[in-house]
Design a protein around this ligand. Structure first.
Ligand code: GUN
Ligand code: FE
Length: 420
């Protein structure tokens, strides 16, 4: 189905502050590209196949800008520790199991199946160190119809021997040569400074300078982690500078840094200068007692930003949850940390989950003319109230109810991903 029209109650962001809502509207898809939303269907699109979703809500697809697919097996337990101890006690032993391809296959099947029944259309995911397991994750996501980036994780220090590269970026290059998928593409993924030697970081930096591949990593998440980075890189001006010295902080390709809970003015300024994306993962930051990221400061500084579930420190594939937690976190930042930093409005958090993260892929996350056609169809009839509801109230209730069972259909670049 290349040319079609979806009919329903359509909501999308025009800007951070402005939501557009059209009851009984028509969203037009032509060869995977959105041609806009209309109150009455223009003559030129009347020959397109019409799919009428009645009173269902239709929103742009959401981008999970930071997620660890292999950690889905353990998400929801083991939240009693802070970042570094949590990684050592639970996460590294779990990720080591993905050496076994049959374990990887079964575990990723569960992740991908649940992701299909979620509002996510695009993702930037971490795999593990293992080439075969990571290719398996890519294959499954591609077959399920997703668009996104997946990274084989690079790490070679401060981790178990079973989770260490032994030959710099050689294994990474071997994996890259096997990434032949259409919609799931590779992303360089140095885990974080504590787990990557100077040699490994330098080789990844060189590789990015040659290939301009995108890159994802972690930044300024936890005080103990940040102190460790200071010890490991005494010459760096701040954590982000430790990446920048290797050319892995946005100067050689699009770059996402997850968390940024403790990013100060200098780090924010460098991120702005280098066009680095922030992946804000509020629920993860609560669960690991990391803190609350200063999202209002990021917005005021004009940083690119999206939201991430950060499974397994986040506990659900649902981006509805990420939107809700981002709003709650920003309220607590305002109340407890800095009363000058206003909480996120609903439209701003929705924007971050759709257009904000989507912009990492170019034009994604809106129904304006020229955007990739990513749409999520939501049947909210089970969320009951005797009150009349306008479209935006309905969307807010869906997001706060955080129930992926309301997602009944999904389109990614015009490809229909069956949810039912
Ligand atoms: N920093 C390095 N690795 C990880 C990880 O797996 N999860 C989180 N939350 N932070 C990290
Ligand atoms: Fe993470």
């Amino acid at each position: 189905m290349k040319r079609f029209v979806l009919k329903g109650t359509i909501i999308y962001c025009k800007s951070k502050e402005e939501l557009a809502a059209v009851d009984g509207g028509y969203a037009v898809c032509e060869d995977g590209i959105c041609r806009g939303v209309f109150e009455t269907l223009p003559e030129r699109y009347q020959s397109f196949t019409l799919k009428d979703y009645g009173s269902c809500l239709i929103i742009p697809g959401m981008t999970d800008l930071h997620v660890h697919a292999p950690q889905y097996t353990v998400c929801g337990y083991a939240m009693d520790l802070e970042l570094m101890d949590w990684l050592n006690a639970y996460i590294f032993p779990e990720e080591a199991k993905y050496h076994d391809l049959s374990y990887a296959k079964t575990s990723y099947q569960v992740f991908v199946q649940d992701l299909v029944h979620s509002p996510t259309t695009r993702l930037c995911a971490f795999g593990t160190l293992h080439t075969e397991g990571t290719l398996e994750l890519m294959r499954q996501l591609e077959e399920a119809g997703f668009t996104g980036y997946v990274g084989k994780v690079s790490m070679d220090r401060n981790s178990p021997n079973t989770l260490r590269e032994t030959d710099g970026a050689e294994a990474l290059k071997g994996w890259l040569s096997q990434c032949n998928f259409k919609h799931i593409r590779p992303i360089l993924t140095p885990r974080f400074i504590p787990a990557c030697s100077d040699r490994l970081m330098a080789e990844i930096g060189e590789l990015q300078a040659q290939t301009h591949l995108p890159l994802q990593s972690h930044l300024s998440e936890n005080p103990i982690e940040i102190a460790f980075v200071k010890e490991l890189c005494p010459d760096a001006d701040f954590y982000g500078d430790a990446y920048d010295r290797f050319g892995t902080f946005g100067t050689n390709g699009s770059t996402i840094m997850a968390h940024c809970v403790y990013s100060d003015e200098a780090e924010i300024a460098r991120m702005k200068e280098n066009n680095v994306y922030v992946a804000h993962c509020a629920e993860s930051n609560f669960n690991l007692s990391s803190g609350i990221a200063p999202v209002r400061r990021f917005l005021d500084a004009g940083l690119h930003m999206g939201l991430g579930t950060d499974i397994g420190a986040g506990t659900s594939v649902s981006m509805f949850r990420s939107v809700k937690e981002a709003i709650i976190a920003s309220k607590m930042y305002w109340r407890l940390i800095d009363s000058r930093q206003k909480p996120l409005q609903f439209s701003e958090a929705f924007y971050l989950a759709t257009r904000g993260g989507g912009s990492f892929f170019g034009k994604a996350g809106s129904f304006e003319d020229g955007f990739d056609f990513d749409a999520v169809v939501i049947d909210d009839r089970k969320i009951r109230t005797p009150l009349p509801k306008d479209p935006v109230n309905r969307l807010e209730r869906v997001i706060y109810a955080d129930d992926c069972r309301t997602v009944i259909d999904k389109y990614i670049q015009g490809r229909q991903v069956i949810c039912g």
